[in-house]
Ligand binder design. Structure first.
Ligand SMILES: [Zn+2]
Length: 225
């Protein structure tokens, strides 16, 4: 299971501006936290950027398409001229799609956690939603232009809770209610066991000794000869 997380904006493009913070910075913090939480549960999660840099929209799509991601999740914060505007919403390209179903699960969990206005799931032709070849959604966590919501977006405790709820929502959608996905190396492990390169049962997160490493290399060499 491979999920590409896309922190919106970056570098010369700050995104929406709050009274003291910028959308691009919040997007990055949330994306890195979400990535780490997904990896901890066994999902191969990749971010389109890991620092404050500008990347264009096609590059974001290329990253997801090239690694053949199963899902694409773009993380944004909303902005509006009216400082009273607030709430949480999620976008996807089309109704009656897998992306729409994923968007609904994420949207419901986020809105319940934020206890704010549930603006629902909307369809829109955003570039990254149209040019990614896998189900793709774009979430607008909250409004950075709303002072109360900006304070939450900048609050470390809220950031932890919010990315935790997103992680649980993704597991729920994928059908891993216990919060554990299949290990990212499980397929390789089973293939090597079938070939006799790995003998016995092993925990994929256990360290390997020099002895095990050398004997594995010897078995690989024997198989190639
Ligand atoms: Zn944005």
């Amino acid at each position: 299971m491979k999920i590409v997380i896309d922190p919106g904006h970056g570098g010369k493009d700050p995104g929406a501006l709050g009274s003291y913070s910028r959308e691009k910075d919040i997007n990055l913090i949330l994306s890195l936290k979400l990535r780490d939480k997904l990896i901890a549960g066994g999902i191969n999660a990749i971010c389109t950027r890991e620092d404050d840099r500008y990347i264009d929209l096609q590059t974001r799509c290329d990253i997801a398409n090239n690694v053949e991601a199963n899902y694409f999740i773009s993380i944004h914060c909303n902005g509006a001229k009216d400082p009273r505007a607030g709430g949480t919403e999620t976008y996807c390209y089309r109704k009656a799609s897998e992306a729409y179903r994923l968007a609904q699960v994420l949207q419901n969990q986020m809105a319940a956690f934020n206890k704010n206005i549930n603006r629902g799931v909307k369809t829109v032709g955003f570039y990254v939603l149209r040019h990614t070849r896998m189900p793709a959604v774009l979430i607008e966590a909250m409004f950075i232009t709303n002072r109360q919501e900006e304070d939450k977006l900048n609050n470390a405790q809220w950031q932890e809770g919010f990315t935790g709820i997103l992680t649980r929502a993704i597991y729920e959608y994928l059908g891993f209610p216990d919060g554990k996905a299949r290990h990212f190396a499980q397929d390789a492990y089973e293939a090597w066991k079938a070939k006799g390169i790995i003998l016995g049962e092993h925990d994929l997160d256990d360290p390997i000794t020099w002895g095990q490493y050398l004997i594995t290399q010897e078995r690989l060499k024997t198989l190639e000869e």
